[in-house]
Design a protein around this ligand. Structure first.
Ligand SMILES: [Cu+2]
Length: 400
């Protein structure tokens, strides 16, 4: 049964990729008018109602960074603790993003505060998601008390845009900004991060950089991103340590894509309970053939795309299997979870997973009408839940 589902998944990916082209073209047309204010200083608003779950507050001594800058996108939470970056479209067609780097006091778990550095007020920084061939322009403003620079990891770009202080550029000094520009030709899941020093990455200066191929993205019901850290903020997934990590939600039968990006200094064998998954891409490149497994060793700087199908309801652990990375120290050491742990919270399917046979639904044993997709029975599950996952201001190229 499991194998059949996984095989089905592969066949569906091909089909829906083709459908995806139309969606991408349609959404590309929904560009908003452009207003790019060069050098505009961020407005910080602690009272903004659109904060992510998990309190974020500010160290008063941290300089200019406080609260969320206006480059933060409210309402675009992905259900995994990440948000999408918004963009404007310039007259020359470039998609213009803004990244404001600033210090924050970050709550990594209930009652646990650390000093973080964040792009646009969030760890990880907002997901930059564009379409193959897009001209990408990113205005990086530095509100940190030291220099910085941003490296576009996995991009094929002009050398002077590579973001390495001392080799391709001078650091962006505190209070200054720099505009990076490149054409997005390297498709797949990549990431961006500070290249100033390891502390800046360790404190949270990184985010997802996704280039959707012209042929469309993989068709999945949920698309999650997990950034793994193991230095300045402790053992964190998307800037949070268990039980502060955000559980990933799914329903039985749904296809779930998880993009894993380790950002720290260690390697982590990530294990999913209850169901296997397929590794489909590494560093943005599709594997010639997906590999089915239940544990994947991820190491610094790589990106991995895995896809699983939720098989049964329950809270299924997804965690690093190195015990010192997943257990609390102190009196409860040994069985209390902390660190690199999250869960895949699977609810029962919205519609019967198995179609009725001869008018009898084998799942319940009583006659029932065949399920026809319609407003009450959407083919991919309950659209309300998809809003939770992908609602808000999802940018072009995003579909399920
Ligand atoms: Cu680990």
């Amino acid at each position: 049964m499991r194998q059949t589902r996984l095989n089905l998944l592969l066949a569906t990916i091909l089909t829906v990729n083709l459908i995806g082209v139309g969606v991408l073209v349609a959404r590309t047309a929904e560009r908003r008018p452009v207003t790019v204010r060069a050098g505009a200083s961020p407005k910080y608003d602690l009272s903004a109602p659109d904060q992510l779950p998990g309190e974020i507050s500010v160290a008063p001594e941290s300089g200019s960074g406080s609260g969320r800058p206006d480059s933060f996108v409210g309402g675009a939470a992905r259900g995994d603790g990440t948000v999408f970056a918004k963009y404007d479209v310039a007259d020359d067609g470039a998609k213009v993003f803004k990244l404001d780097a600033a210090p924050y006091t970050w709550i990594v778990a209930p009652g646990v505060k650390k000093q973080a550095f964040a792009y646009n007020g969030t760890v990880p920084g907002p997901t930059i998601r564009v379409i193959e061939g897009d001209k990408v322009r990113v205005v990086v403003s530095n509100h940190l008390p030291m220099g910085t620079a941003v490296h576009w990891h996995g991009m094929v770009l002009p050398n002077k845009m590579d973001g390495v202080p001392g080799i391709t550029q001078d650091p962006i000094e505190p209070g200054a900004s720099m505009t990076y520009e490149f054409v997005a030709v390297a498709t797949g899941t990549h990431w961006y991060h500070s290249h100033f020093d390891g502390d800046q990455v360790g404190k949270g200066l990184y985010g997802s950089l996704e280039v959707v191929p012209h042929t469309g993205d993989r068709a999945v019901d949920r698309d999650y991103r997990l950034f793994v850290g193991d230095t300045n903020l402790g053992f964190v997934i998307n800037g949070r340590t268990y039980p502060g990590t955000e559980p990933l939600k799914a329903k039985v039968g749904e296809k779930i894509r998880i993009r894993l990006t380790p950002t720290g200094e260690l390697s982590h064998p990530f294990h999913l309970h209850g169901q296997p998954f397929q590794l489909v891409a590494q560093d943005g490149f599709d594997l010639p053939q997906p590999i089915t497994m239940d544990t994947l060793l991820i190491s610094t700087a790589q990106t991995f795309d895995i896809i699983t199908v939720a098989l049964a309801p329950g809270k299924w652990m997804f965690h690093c299997h190195i015990f010192s990375h997943m257990h609390a120290a102190g009196p409860h050491a040994g069985h209390q979870m902390a660190g690199l742990v999250t869960t895949l919270d699977v609810e029962p399917a919205a519609v019967p997973a198995a179609p009725p046979l001869n008018g009898v639904n084998p799942a319940v044993g009583v006659p029932s009408a065949p399920v026809t997709p319609g407003p009450d029975n959407p083919p991919g599950g309950d659209p309300k839940d998809k809003d939770k996952n992908g609602g808000g201001t999802a940018p072009p190229g995003d579909h399920h």
